[in-house]
Design a protein around this ligand. Structure first.
Ligand code: F6P
Length: 365
């Protein structure tokens, strides 16, 4: 977009896609850092809904961001249904949509947009930036699948929640000699499963990045039986799939939204029965519990650092970039770089090797 008309840059802030713990810390930090540099801050409610005229756009006041650090969710609201490009079938249509968003921003007197979101939101930001909208991105997602950054805000909290659930399931598994299957979120990335599984002492961890053989999981359960340990804990990522299979979907992809995943745990339970496992197998799906609750302190700190850097980029008029954590330091990269980087678990990486080294079954050699 063109240079702002007034000296005070007016920034519109939104939290796109699904919520993640820590978003409020990012909103608060952005507000404080931006206003201290003389920027004006408005916000679009429910992702793009506000900007598209289907919800409000409001001027953020200091009262709005007081006391929000420990709160989960986003005080701005989120939406997974407000992708402005959802119905745009080709590039020309997308450019038309981007032009109308740009006009709407001009009508609102907004000079630049700051979008906190995951891969979907960064894709939207890239398209808008290409059409000349001044954008800055803040990476958030519990899935941790944005490759350009070492961490995304929300992942640590989700891992804590999932690890506590694995802890809690241990005692009941042991009391009943049961096999407990815990299905966790993460879409196509196994970070939550792997980290919560290691933290919670799982016997097998199945992640989307490593197609699994159900027989190997059954063999692990038998191995434990032979040691007199007649209970087992298996953590499975919602996007995990058996060798030759596909992720288990409960709703197909539509209108710019990815498929809804679910059922991986139940499918595994069936495979274990087919492999001759006679224990009671119980499946717990943690679902949206992983997205809720107070953010972990580490997510609040990370989100604060992201929010501050986003404000700095705006103040310096360095647009078209996503803030990121690299080598422990906060920096930024272009949306092209951010969208191109893979954020999934490396099957040959340190965490997978570490899990194998202590005898955790990963479902494949
Ligand atoms: O991308 C974050 C995430 O929580 C995934 O882990 C999960 O598959 C998905 O969102 C759930 O989306 P929804 O809130 O639309 O059910």
């Amino acid at each position: 977009m063109s240079e702002p008309k007034s000296a005070a840059l007016h920034v519109g802030l939104l939290t796109g896609g699904g919520d993640a713990p820590g978003l409020n810390a990012a909103v608060r930090a952005f507000f404080h850092a931006a206003t201290r540099r003389g920027l004006r801050v408005s916000a679009s409610r429910f992702g793009f809904e506000g900007l598209l005229g289907r919800a409000g756009v409001f001027s953020v006041r200091v009262e709005d961001v007081r006391g929000i650090l420990p709160r989960g969710g986003s005080i701005l609201g989120c939406s997974t249904k407000s992708n402005p490009f959802a119905l745009a079938v080709d590039r020309a249509a997308k450019l038309d949509v981007a032009a109308s968003v740009k006009r709407r921003l001009i009508d609102l007197g907004i000079d630049a947009l700051v979008l906190a979101g995951g891969d979907g939101t960064m894709g939207i930001a890239r398209m808008l930036a290409e059409a000349g909208v001044s954008c800055v991105g803040i990476p958030k997602t519990i899935d941790g699948d944005l490759g350009g950054t070492e961490r995304t805000c929300g992942l640590d909290t989700a891992v804590e929640t999932a690890a506590h659930a694995v802890d809690a399931l241990h005692s009941t598994a042991e009391s009943h000699n049961r096999v407990m299957v815990v299905e966790v979120m993460g879409r196509n990335a196994g970070w939550i499963a792997l980290r919560a599984g290691i933290a919670g002492g799982a016997d097998a961890i199945l992640i989307p990045e490593i197609a699994y053989d159900g027989e190997r999981v059954a063999a692990k359960i038998r191995e434990r039986d032979a040691l007199g340990l007649r209970f087992s804990i298996i953590v499975i990522g919602e996007g995990a799939q058996p060798v030759g299979g596909t992720p288990s979907e409960i709703e197909r992809a539509r209108q710019g939204r990815p498929p809804r995943l679910g059922g991986a745990g139940e499918r595994l339970a069936q495979e274990l029965a087919e492999a001759g496992i006679t224990h009671d197998v119980r499946v717990t799906v943690l679902g949206h519990l992983q997205r809720g609750g107070a953010p972990a302190a580490s997510d609040r700190v990370l989100a604060t650092r992201f929010g501050v850097h986003a404000a700095e980029l705006c103040a310096e008029r360095r647009f078209g970039r996503m803030v990121a954590l690299r080598n422990g330091a906060i920096e930024s990269m272009t949306f092209d770089e951010a969208c191109a980087a893979r954020g999934t678990v490396d099957p040959g990486g340190d965490l997978v090797r570490c899990a194998r080294a202590i005898g955790i079954e990963l479902g494949a050699a």
